[in-house]
Design a protein around this ligand. Structure first.
Ligand code: PNS
Length: 157
């Protein structure tokens, strides 16, 4: 079975990587898909984000990365994915995630959304927090891979 893990990944964090590694064990193939969140203006373009993810998942043989300009369900169909994976960190994630899952179900009844609970140590982590800490010169080595730190430093250098 093929699963799609959609998100903004702006940039990828160890929280995302935790979900990717665990999902890659559950499915034959995993496609990490960079999509547009209309509520967010990305810091990194899609090509940069794809490179950041590709470097971070080089050790996973059944996982690849793509970016897609349209709907998550259309991306899933293009990759023949029957499942959409989303990570849940805290209760406040749930309402929006459930709404997205229901909306996606109305658009593509054949595709299921499965939620994975984020590992405890990453339950506080978000790309926006990483960007903010990096911008203000704080430490982020425990939050994102080394190559992402380099990319973040290049923005605010
Ligand atoms: O990492 P994010 O920002 O929480 O990911 C949200 C994302 C990109 C998965 C969501 O905004 C999305 O699915 N965007 C694609 C457009 C779409 O399919 N919209 C309908 C779903 S409600």
């Amino acid at each position: 079975m093929i699963a799609l893990y959609p998100g903004s990944f702006d940039p990828i964090t160890y929280g995302h990587l935790d979900i990717i590694e665990r999902a890659s064990l559950m499915f034959d193939e995993l496609v990490v898909a960079i999509l547009n969140n209309p509520q967010k203006q990305p810091t990194f373009d899609a090509v940069q984000r794809q490179q950041q993810i590709e470097l971070a998942i080089a050790h996973l043989t059944n996982t690849r990365v793509t970016h897609f300009p349209g709907l998550t369900v259309d991306c899933a169909r293009q990759h023949k994915a029957q499942v959409i994976i989303r990570g849940l960190r805290v209760l406040s994630d749930f309402e929006h995630e459930l709404q997205m899952a229901h909306t996606n179900k109305t658009l593509a009844a054949e595709i299921e959304t499965i939620f994975l609970a984020t590992s405890n140590e990453y339950s506080f982590l978000s790309s926006s927090a990483v960007r903010e800490i990096a911008r203000l010169g704080g430490p982020i080595a425990h939050l994102v891979p080394t190559h992402v730190i380099t990319d973040l430093k290049a923005i605010w250098a």
